[in-house]
Design a protein around this ligand. Sequence first.
Ligand SMILES: NC(=O)c1ccc[n+]([C@@H]2O[C@H](COP(=O)([O-])OP(=O)(O)OC[C@H]3O[C@@H](n4cnc5c(N)ncnc54)[C@H](OP(=O)(O)O)[C@@H]3O)[C@@H](O)[C@H]2O)c1
Length: 235
Amino acid sequence: MKINGSVALVTGANRGLGAAFARGLLAAGAAKVYAAARDPASVTLPGVVPVRLDVTDPEQVAALASELTDVTLLVNNAGIGGSGPLLAPGAIDVLRRQIDTNAIGPLRLVQAFAPALAAHGGGAIVNIVSTLSWLTLPGATGTYSASKAAAWALGNGLRQELKAQSTELLAVHAAFIDTDMARGATGPKTSPDEIVRLTLAALEAGQPELLADEVTRGVHAGLTAEPPIYIGYGA
Ligand SMILES: NC(=O)c1ccc[n+]([C@@H]2O[C@H](COP(=O)([O-])OP(=O)(O)OC[C@H]3O[C@@H](n4cnc5c(N)ncnc54)[C@H](OP(=O)(O)O)[C@@H]3O)[C@@H](O)[C@H]2O)c1
């Protein structure tokens, strides 16, 4: 995947990591960046094309896909955090919203934009997942982790299916990123610009997966520890 000359669509591009992607893609020579947001007026970055998109709205997604037929790079970035104990009342409602936004949203976007990507020779998809695809912080991230685990698994399946049309799919796993979503978190945070820099390099290198920081690499290594990190953590 060459970023220079690509036509990118970034979801949730009005703030946080999505805004950093829009900026970084322009700086890396993307020919056009569609900056999708629930409220396109909240996109303030010069040089991008703001478009309206709520990733949980199937009609909006379908309409956008029939309009933006020149997309060669889809960045599935939009997501919602917030969680709490799985045993708390309300956890199922939170889970439904997070699955709809964080897991079904990216799947819906890939289904809708796969034909455009194929028509331009394959292109690429970036799915922003999380270190929390592999780990639950006790009493804190149960529903969010479940939604990101689903997003990760869906991405793995999509990568296999998209091979036939030469579309690459890069899953980006990161621990805390310094955005609104992680405002209350303590611990090391990576800057959004650094995540973008690493992601664009991984895309150009054709990597299927990016482990963006030390914490993520440690958690990944812990999957095969005894006990595995998802059982031992916080026990
Ligand atoms: N921050 C972290 O520590 C961290 C770590 C690992 C992975 N991630 C992932 O990184 C991605 C970006 O998050 P962030 O840190 O930049 O969070 P953020 O600052 O809270 O931004 C979230 C973005 O997603 C958009 N969004 C939420 N629901 C949407 C929907 N239904 N349709 C369209 N857009 C929607 C928001 O739009 P509005 O302005 O309209 O709300 C906003 O632009 C997410 O997938 C997140 O799970 C974050």
